[in-house]
Write a protein that binds this ligand. Structure first.
Ligand code: FAD
Ligand code: SIN
Length: 596
């Protein structure tokens, strides 16, 4: 071991004592060898630190080892052994801030009670708290730091797809990501990707068509969707699956989601969640193409030239400060606004205090930036509540759980709705039940067939019992009511007809002990509205004219889903329109370049 490493390690053995004061991690390490210890240089300014913090993380790992070494596998929850630490962009400094209080990033979604070293260090405002308008103006007045054909803003599925497509079309591309790692809401997607006409459907003998996909989507959206966009979504959904499979994705399983006439929701085998998988695949592909996300880099302003064509953006880098990127074309892929409390209160006041299943990144930045340059919005006030967010948590209990067989009952133990109806109707139905909450109930066959369900169990969200009556007692339901509900449901299933609520598909009964239940309530899930786009993904201005060079895709847009999105249609949207926006942006940018 190098002497410096030994010194750091021995000093860290007394970490408990060091952490007792208000010292931060930087001053602790400073005692071991000055700035050099972490930064590799004796004199460092903020601007010397690359926004991605990769170099500093290399230093951390030189002394402490990587996550695998640090993970304590005997613990039920260990942050170094989490699903996030498997992903390379999650690094030490995401949690262990040098000059500020540490932050347990897991708690962006969970509520773990873990004390971190240096937790008592002085709190500082987050680097991206607010926008320094003076610095923005100075950056705007200065020369651009770089010039690029296509600037993609946001590295969720839409942005990653756009960046890959634009790069493959021959454009130079920069992909900005404000968070410390890429993924956004896309990395949380659980259920799957809706596609019609795939070999997977053919293998299972599923009779589907583009027209049926369009019909289901329009019906789900209450007819308010843009029919042209919906048709493109349906027509290109299968080639989107192939595009992902060609990169190495597994979308081999197909199941049914709420509001769909047939099974068309594609996902990895074994009931694995779709989002983390495809984000990993896309991220690896983007890196291979040389367009990996530039993390900790938030776009704060879109720039137009004197002819109202897009000219680039002002970016705020975590360490590099405010700077300008000149771009021939820009793709806005910043996601929705499900975590922006002010926007929710403004656009959907009835959902004001509702929990949200969304990633903390869904703050509507793209909508604000687009509004500031006179963009047009579609259905901006339509917000979807997902019926089954884990009660008192932010963990989504995927529609898959109902899709593969769970029933939904109220706090007494009685069913009250067709579990496979559209989620706006299911959420409404729950909100009309006592205590505005419900239980999903299922048996061990379902538990064993869906990996995500075992994940909920790991998080301690499931109740379990050997008989239905005992399960009811554990959950505070009426045992006789729940037993009667289960008996009737199993009989309907055997007869092939749900006499009570007309549920169209009953793949599993509730027959094999042990039995399980999970408490759920509706939570903000998807913002259907956003910037208005053309079928070519061009962003429209307030007079419905395309803003030259500006494109958008994914949850930041409106029009595809109408007033209510069907489960599985958003990932399809991000792949189909992500690709289209990247291709059209590249075409436009390269056209501009060759015209010069
Ligand atoms: P996101 O994936 O949210 O990505 C946007 C990115 O932009 C983020 O990384 C964000 O940090 C970044 N960003 C934002 N502002 C800026 C800025 N100013 N500068 C730089 N970067 C910025 N849909 C399905 O079809 N199937 C499912 O199974 C499914 N399950 C879901 C489960 C959950 C828990 C949730 C929350 C959603 C689910 N959805 C599902 C919906 C779907 O995941 C999202 O609608 C979709 O992934 C949005 O993709 P996106 O790329 O548009 O946005
Ligand atoms: C879910 O798995 O329930 C979410 C699917 C979606 O939002 O499309």
């Amino acid at each position: 071991m190098k002497p410096a490493a030994a010194l750091v390690l021995s000093a860290l053995l007394s970490l408990g004592a060091a952490a007792a004061g208000a010292e931060d991690l930087a001053s602790f390490h400073n005692k071991l060898g000055g700035c050099q210890t972490c930064h590799g240089a004796s004199s460092v300014t903020a601007a010397d630190v690359p926004d991605d913090e990769i170099d500093i993380n290399g230093k951390c790992m030189t002394c402490h080892g990587d996550y695998k070494k640090l993970a304590d596998k005997s613990k039920r929850f260990d942050p170094h052994n989490s699903h996030l630490s498997d992903r390379s962009p999650i690094n030490c400094t995401v949690c262990h801030a040098g000059h500020a209080q540490p932050k347990l990033i897991c708690n962006d979604c969970h509520s773990f009670d873990m004390k971190m070293p240096f937790a008592d260090a002085a709190a500082r405002p987050a680097w991206d708290d607010g926008i320094d308008e003076k610095a923005v103006a100075a950056a705007e007045a200065a020369a651009p730091r770089e010039t690029v054909d296509v600037l993609v803003i946001g590295a969720g599925s839409a942005g990653l797809n756009a960046a890959i497509a634009a790069k493959r079309a021959g454009a130079s591309v920069v992909l900005l990501e404000k968070h410390a790692y890429a993924g956004g809401n896309s990395m949380l997607a659980a259920g799957g990707y809706n596609a019609v006409g795939t070999p997977q459907q053919a293998k299972k003998g599923i009779k589907d068509s583009v027209d049926l996909y369009v019909k289901d989507t329009m019906k789900g959206g209450r007819g308010k969707n843009d029919p042209q966009l919906v048709r493109i979504l349906a027509e290109q959904s299968a080639s989107g699956v192939k595009w992902l499979e060609d990169m190495g994705a597994d979308l081999s399983d197909v199941k049914r989601s709420g509001g769909a006439t047939v099974s068309r929701t594609h996902r990895p085998h074994g009931g694995m969640s779709v989002g983390p998988h495809i984000v990993d695949v896309l991220r690896a592909e983007a890196t291979k193409e040389g367009v990996g996300a530039r993390v900790n880099s938030r776009a704060v302003k879109l720039l137009l030239d004197k002819d109202f064509k897009i000219a680039g953006a002002i970016v705020h880098g975590k360490h590099s400060g405010y700077y300008k990127i000149a771009a021939r074309a820009v793709v806005l892929a910043t996601g929705g606004y499900g975590q922006n409390k002010q926007m929710i209160a403004f656009y959907r006041p009835t959902f004001k205090n509702m929990t949200s299943s969304n990633n903390v990144t869904s703050t509507g930045d793209g909508i604000t930036m687009a509004l500031n340059i006179g963009a047009s919005m579609t259905d901006i006030d339509w917000v979807q509540a997902h019926p089954t967010v884990g009660l008192d948590s932010r963990i989504l209990i995927s529609e898959t759980v109902r899709g593969v067989g769970a029933i939904m009952v109220n706090i007494k133990g009685a069913r009250f709705v067709n579990e496979l109806t559209t989620r706006d109707r299911a959420s409404d139905a729950i909100l009309h039940q006592p205590e505005r909450r419900a239980w999903l109930v299922f048996d061990s066959d379902l538990y064993n067939s869906a990996k995500m369900v075992r994940g909920y169990d790991h998080l301690g969200m499931l109740k379990k019992a050997d008989t239905i009556e005992k399960l009811a007692e554990t959950c505070g339901m009426d045992p006789a009511t729940l037993a009667g509900t289960v008996r009737s449901y199993n009989a309907y299933r055997k007869a092939g007809k749900d006499e009570a609520f007309g549920r169209p598909d009953m793949p599993l009964g509730i027959e094999k002990a042990p039995y399980y239940a999970v408490a759920v309530a509706p939570g903000i899930h998807h913002t259907m509205g956003g910037v208005a786009i053309t079928p070519q993904s061009e962003l429209l201005d307030i007079q419905s004219r395309p803003i030259p060079g500006l494109y958008a895709a994914g949850e930041v847009t409106g029009g595809v889903h109408g007033f209510n999105r069907l489960g599985g249609n958003a990932i399809a949207d991000t792949v189909v329109f992500g690709r289209r926006s990247g291709e059209h942006a590249a075409q436009y940018a390269l056209g501009l370049k060759s015209a010069k």
